[in-house]
Ligand binder design. Structure first.
Ligand code: ACO
Length: 367
């Protein structure tokens, strides 16, 4: 049975930064309150021309470069997102087109901030089963578009960004070792975006009632998160036959510094074994785990052979954890530059649109 290795990684965040002081000029809040209650100092916010797919493609190109792969090597693209560009088509399909990943099947996965763990596990299981060899897993969000900028309970928390992993099959032991995935739909109301789906299609009334914004019972989510984070990490470790002593790094979902502190206490681990960057990005939802991973790698913290636990929680409610034996890129002689495929991807996309137009005209004439 092949192993599923994490062989590439990349991240992208919008250039625009919104600090706590900027927020204090917009609403009744202040830097001290936000830092004390969440650990957040600033977050990146997408400009009008930036979307989950824009950020995702930038992150994916970096991940492919690390793995030394071309977009056409990808068999499967899973985009985990809570801020998809449309209900359909899937944001993953937009990414597939923009990358020119012509061989890949692509779909979105919706599990809120836990999504990246669920998506990585799904990709790893597809590789382990032998049905695919190479997967691109992306967490991409522009939740700033769904935040009520007058609601100080929520607008201080979220930031935009994307992170990507490439997973590849190899006979060499290692890679993804175990995962646990949990859900409790009875808690769905504590964190939701009520309107815009088929239950409450967007209309004047839903907009008037603010149902197209994120609604959150912050204290309930806090209680839930502190209850499940450490427990899920332990479960995944046990499944892999590991203990916390074997682990070099815990990479948690970056929602709130105090939630991470509580998980550290539960696991009886010092906080310096946790990768934490919530101060500079806020809660980027499903993108937070890959963004934290990429930063840790770039700082030289994560090394070949390290055992890592990824752990997250989010709306749904959902929570989960995944353990990995870090191996890095697989050895290869080939040198490829995914960026050079961008032009080809645009030409290919344009040609396919023209072909569909011509096909439509021919069918119209025949019928
Ligand atoms: N600035 C100043 N005061 C504020 C602010 C603010 N931005 N926000 C709330 N307050 C006030 C409240 O009104 C309240 O005042 P009151 O006592 O007079 O009513 C007081 O501060 C305390 O409010 P709490 O809600 O008790 O504050 P708490 O310490 O719980 O922090 C927070 C709130 C940060 C939202 C916290 O509960 C939290 O992090 N919860 C988890 C949220 C989360 O992680 N969500 C994302 C999940 S992942 C996903 O799927 C997207």
């Amino acid at each position: 049975m092949p192993y599923a290795h994490i062989t590439g990684w990349g991240m992208a965040v919008p250039e625009k930064v919104l600090t706590n002081d900027d927020l204090s000029r917009m609403i009744d809040t202040n830097d001290e309150w936000i830092r004390d209650h969440t650990g957040i100092r600033e977050r990146h916010i997408a400009r009008e021309n930036e979307f989950p797919s824009t950020l995702a493609v930038a992150a994916a190109i970096k991940a492919l470069q690390v793995a030394n792969l071309k977009p056409t090597d990808i068999d499967l693209i899973i985009c985990s997102t809570s801020s998809p560009e449309h209900i359909f088509p899937a944001t993953a399909c937009l990414i597939q087109d923009q990358l020119g990943a012509s061989r890949a099947g692509a779909f979105d996965l919706s599990a809120a901030c836990t999504g990246f763990i669920f998506a990585t596990n799904m990709a790893a299981q597809s590789i382990r089963s032998g049905s695919i060899k190479t997967a691109l897993v992306i967490g991409a969000e522009t939740l700033s578009r769904f935040v009520d900028w007058q609601d100080r309970n929520t607008c201080i928390l979220f930031g935009d960004g994307a992170g990507a992993f490439v997973l590849q099959a190899s006979d060499q032991p290692g890679g993804v070792l175990s995962a646990v995935m949990h859900s409790d739909g009875s808690g769905g109301d504590s964190l939701s975006l009520p309107a815009g789906g088929s239950r409450f299609p967007a209309n004047e009334a839903t907009i008037h009632e603010g149902k197209h914004y994120i609604h959150m019972d912050g204290r309930a989510v806090f209680r839930f998160a502190t209850r499940v984070m450490g427990h899920a990490a332990k479960e995944a470790l046990e499944l892999a036959g590991l203990t916390t002593d074997d682990v070099q790094w815990i990479i948690p979902h970056q929602a709130n510094y105090r939630i991470i502190e509580t998980a550290a206490k539960y696991l009886k681990l010092p906080l310096d074994r946790f990768v934490i960057n919530v101060d500079r990005y806020g809660n980027t939802s499903t993108a937070s785990i890959p963004i934290a991973t990429v930063e840790a790698i770039e700082k030289g913290l994560i090394k070949k052979g390290d055992k890592i636990v990824f752990v997250g929680f989010g709306a749904g409610l959902t929570w989960g954890a995944l353990t990995a034996d870090w191996t890095g890129p697989l050895p290869t002689e080939r040198r490829v530059h995914p960026e050079s495929y961008r032009t080809w991807a645009r030409v290919r996309s344009w040609l396919l649109r023209v072909a569909r137009l011509i096909e439509g005209l021919i069918w119209g004439r025949e019928s």
